[in-house]
Design a protein around this ligand. Structure first.
Ligand SMILES: *Cc1c(COP(=O)(O)O)cnc(C)c1O
Length: 388
């Protein structure tokens, strides 16, 4: 039996896969079971930050796997300590809690907000406000945080205590804040799954001021936007924000599972012994991988991400079959005249793998995609959008 039919028989039917089996790759190129080459403009949904099987990343993992691949969090291990130190040095945050995914990183953020507010103001102050059209994960609680009704329908009852408001609606937020029940606000600066939609500067700054004034935690979900993706280390840096909590995952370890929740001075002591934990969180191999990624996310690399993003934007803006381009750095959304799914299909035939987000074509290439590869992919995408 083929892999595709074994998969169909034995894997739970939650993924509508393309009829392509990826067997190997290097950098921004991947190969299917027939040997066909593709330029990867999705990087596993923004995960393989330096592409497939990157040499330095591989070396870091191999070295660590030969030393110790896992220990319980009952003991100290080097990679998670050094990674936490680097994350704090680069952001000004004070403490890190490690988990394995974006949803878990958000779960931790939500727990911190609940505990911070309950300790200080009492248990009635427990509401977490999120934005409509957001995406925060698939666990029941992060689904509850996700401001999209269609994700909720099948899984009632959800975790109580979440309210979503329209991005930009500071008035409603202001009203809610004065009711004394809001513990925190969790938002993506650029909604990824929601269609690559950046929030406005005015809204982000107004929200930050409101949170500061009312002692409501400002929590930024950097699961997709983080780790260099938008041309800054974290997307909140484009907005001049100083969040109380930052969650991240996806690209953090370049392709191994790792989530991190970064805590500012205000909340660094909220979680104490036994308040939270994870068996795999802070795994030494994942953390060694993340260290090899993070040390390369320097100013030069970030400038290159911005330059590539700007080049792509210019190539796509006003092109035939493209109505709008949104996003920052190498996180871009294209509103296409044709259905985005059709563009994806045509690109795949021509050897380029792209993503969608809502009605948009979504591009999240590796941060180090070579210029010539990027230009080749852009030409194929432009053709696919224009054609027919
Ligand atoms: C992908 C994503 C998540 C969920 O991450 P998982 O690792 O799939 O749990 C949460 N928030 C945002 C913004 C995401 O893009």
């Amino acid at each position: 039996m083929s892999i595709q039919s074994i998969d169909k028989e034995f894997i739970a039917g939650t993924y509508n896969r393309f009829p392509v089996e990826i067997v190997s790759g290097k950098g921004s190129l991947v190969y299917d079971e027939t040997g066909k080459e593709y330029i990867d403009m999705g990087s596993g949904i923004g995960v393989t930050s330096f592409g497939i099987a990157d040499d330095a990343w591989q070396q870091a993992i191999i070295r660590q796997i030969g030393q110790v691949q896992h220990m319980s969090n009952l003991y100290y291990t080097q990679p998670c300590a050094l990674l936490a130190e680097q994350l704090c040095k680069k952001t000004g945050m004070k403490k890190v809690f490690f988990s394995n995914s974006g949803a878990e990183a958000n779960e931790c953020a939500i727990k911190v907000a609940r505990k911070y507010a309950a300790d200080k103001y009492g248990p009635q102050r427990h509401i977490i406000v999120t934005l409509k059209n957001s995406f925060h994960g698939r666990t029941l609680t992060t689904l509850s945080a996700t401001g999209q009704e269609h994700y909720h329908e099948l899984f009632q009852p959800l975790t109580p205590g979440f309210v979503s408001v329209e991005a930009g609606d500071l008035e409603t937020l202001q009203y809610m804040a004065t009711q004394g029940k809001v513990a925190g606000v969790l938002m993506e600066c650029i909604q990824g799954e929601g269609g690559v939609l950046p929030v406005s500067r005015e809204f982000a700054q107004g929200l930050a001021e409101l949170c500061q004034r009312e002692d409501i935690l400002l929590m930024v979900d950097e699961v997709q936007t983080g780790n260099g993706r938008t041309g800054q280390l974290y997307s909140y840096m484009h907005y001049g924000l100083t969040p109380d909590v930052v969650s991240t995952a996806k690209g953090l370890a370049g392709g191994l599972p790792l989530g991190a929740t970064l805590l500012s001075q205000k909340v660094e002591k909220v979680l104490g012994f036994g308040d939270h934990g994870s068996t795999f969180g802070g795994n030494p191999v994942s953390c060694a991988a993340a260290l090899s990624i993070l040390e390369r996310l320097d100013d030069d690399l970030l400038a290159e991400v911005r330059a590539k993003g700007a080049w792509l934007k210019e190539a796509f803006e006003g092109a035939a079959g493209i109505q709008a381009v949104t996003g920052m750095g190498l996180m871009l959304g294209l509103k296409t005249v044709k259905p985005a799914s059709q563009v994806v299909k045509q690109c795949m035939e021509q050897g380029v793998l792209c993503l969608t987000a809502k009605d948009k074509l979504r591009l999240l290439p590796a941060l180090n995609i070579p210029w010539d590869t990027l230009k080749k992919a852009a030409a194929i995408i432009l053709d696919a959008c224009a054609e027919g």
